[in-house]
Design a protein around this ligand. Structure first.
Ligand SMILES: Cc1cc2nc3c(=O)[nH]c(=O)nc-3n(C[C@H](O)[C@H](O)[C@H](O)COP(=O)(O)OP(=O)(O)OC[C@H]3O[C@@H](n4cnc5c(N)ncnc54)[C@H](O)[C@@H]3O)c2cc1C
Length: 396
């Protein structure tokens, strides 16, 4: 890729390019690329620092059958549409293709193989930012956009006895496809979008038994109903009162989603939008409803502990699966990078997003650390414009 110097060219590129204090964007995923493109469009030089060897690293690692849950149109980043040929629900490989094309189309400066390990204010009081990166590099920028990803570090709960488990235990981030699990008994832990889809994938892909451990029953929505995408509803209701949306959501759910209480998945007793505000995005159905209804996937209570070959559930049931796939989320892992700057809240998330910088930290911007009902790619596209506008104004 012309914009990604080879490892040998990295040091030279960084030395040359820091002279005029560019804006540094940390992370070459969709959020970072969108911000860099929006900055460039406004005449602001942005250099993307990406720790892996290529842009779109997260997407390259996702499971094979993944398609966007958001529509092609509302998943595009500023300044470049996704081709119609990608279809309405864009597949993983096409997302990667799009990100590569996006980088090329906007002529983005991306330096790969560089991990930023710490962000500080420049010590001379100039208001610049100083980045420490792998290889002992110290870089100076007039502003910084942190786009290291909501799904940064896979998290597996520290279940008692976890290390004694004799079966296979992996995080969903390491799951690719059902082939290795054909004929096996698999327990998926966690019923977010990832756990729900992996469970359906395993059932369709020949696992002998698939159970899904449920801590909190999820809201399940259809990806689209009579051609109307769930994301469109998410965009429309985003600014409406929570109670109103909760009530409308309950009515919609009764119409569109069958009652799965007999199969172990009762309807949730808290509202859909209330849950979103607490950080739980509804599960978009891409096979779970049919799999649960047909008995191909069985919901079970959440995991309490492990004991050698056995998984003990919260109700005391003991299972002996061949494999456990933990779809138990990710940590933002921003503390080592910025924990000392007083810009994170109690949950380790940035206190300000998009165009707004945290108080006392002008020029420090974050994108991709919220999980909105309207779609994260869409929000990152909007945030990119806001960040670029703010940085361009501050630069004048
Ligand atoms: C399975 C899955 C499906 C999703 N589907 C959708 C969907 O349908 N629609 C939607 O809108 N959103 C979706 N999302 C959410 C979101 O859009 C994606 O996670 C998206 O990739 C986030 O983009 P990002 O740039 O914020 O983070 P990432 O794509 O994770 O990119 C972060 C980049 O930063 C790099 N990096 C991290 N730390 C450093 C560092 N210290 N120094 C240098 N580089 C670093 C990483 O290598 C990575 O390339 C999905 C998420 C997942 C996990």
């Amino acid at each position: 890729m012309p914009n990604s110097p080879s490892p040998t060219g990295i040091a030279a590129a960084l030395t040359d390019r820091t002279d005029d204090r560019p804006v540094y964007v940390i992370g070459g995923g969709p959020g970072g690329l969108a911000a860099a493109a929006a900055l460039r469009t406004r005449g602001v030089r942005a250099v993307v620092l990406e720790k892996s060897g290529r842009v779109g690293a997260s997407w390259r690692g996702h499971y094979d059958r993944l398609h966007l849950h958001t529509t092609r149109r509302w998943s595009a980043l500023p300044g470049l549409r996704m081709p119609r040929g990608f279809g309405r629900w864009v597949g993983r490989d096409d997302v990667v293709r799009y990100l590569e094309k996006y980088t090329e189309h906007h002529g983005l400066e991306v330096v790969t193989g560089v991990e930023v390990t710490r962000v500080d204010r420049a010590p001379d009081g100039s208001g610049d930012w100083q980045l420490t990166a792998t290889g002992g590099r110290v870089l100076r920028g007039r502003a910084v956009v942190v786009a290291t990803g909501f799904n940064h570090t896979p998290r597996i709960p520290d279940w008692p006895g976890r290390d004694t488990f004799t079966g296979e235990l992996l995080h969903a981030a390491a799951y690719r496809n059902p082939a290795p699990y054909a004929g096996k008994d698999v327990l998926v832990v966690g019923i977010g979008n990832t756990g729900a889809e992996i469970a359906a994938d395993l059932a369709e892909g020949g696992a002998s038994r698939v159970r899904i451990a449920v801590r909190t029953v999820p809201h399940i929505v259809r990806r689209s109903t009579a051609g109307w995408p769930a994301q469109a509803t998410g965009i429309l209701v985003r600014r409406l009162p929570v109670r109103l949306v909760d009530r409308a959501g309950a009515v919609m759910s009764r119409i569109a989603v069958p009652d799965l209480a007999a199969q172990g998945l009762p309807r949730p007793d808290t509202g859909l939008y209330s849950r979103v505000r607490q950080g739980a995005i509804p599960v978009q159905d891409v096979g779970l409803i049919d799999a649960v209804r047909s008995g191909a996937v069985t919901p079970v209570p959440t995991v309490a502990s492990f004991d050698k070959d056995t998984v003990v559930l919260a109700d005391g049931t003991r299972l002996t699966p061949d494999a456990v796939i933990a779809a138990t989320g990710y940590d933002r892992a921003l503390e080592p990078l910025l924990g000392h700057l007083d810009v994170l809240d109690g949950r380790g998330r940035p206190v300000a997003h998009g165009g707004r910088s945290p108080k006392g930290a002008p020029g420090l911007h974050f994108t991709g650390f919220t999980n909105p009902i309207s779609g994260m790619l869409r929000e990152m596209a909007l945030d990119a414009e806001k960040i670029a506008k703010r940085v361009a104004r501050a630069s004048r």
